[in-house]
Design a protein around this ligand. Sequence first.
Ligand code: CO
Length: 163
Amino acid sequence: MAILPVRHHPDQMLRRKARRVTIIDDSIRKLAANMLETMEAVKGVGLAAPQVGVSLRVIVLGLPGEGPQVIINPEIVRRSGVRQIGEACLSVPGYMGEVERSVSVVVKGLDQEGKKVRVKASELLAQALEHEIDHLNGVLYVDRAGGEDKLVKVEPASQEKAG
Ligand code: CO
């Protein structure tokens, strides 16, 4: 396993629409393992493959108190509620911004064995899922916050819960 370098805004890799994974093989499982290791090393709550330079629809999640999770080809199939919430991104270090997110979401996708998974999430997990799936579509929270001018500078150490 390896800790991978995280791409930072305005790297163009972060703006590409990532491709769907068609075959889940050892190369995908290795990518996921490296993403999990990278996410843990930088104390993130989520990471999307484009953030480590791979334009594929793979995300990992690691919320405090929950086990690490890998979702391949994730799709939001239901959203409910709206809330304003502070958000940060490992690809935009040193900043935070206010964004609008769903209160809860249902996401479907595949696990590392190719089995279907369906995740019902609320609060921070729902936010992390929306944030990481945005990454797969080339969207950064900066866009949802209304642009870079709307961000607030923070100490990188206080940038918890970034993804
Ligand atoms: Co991010």
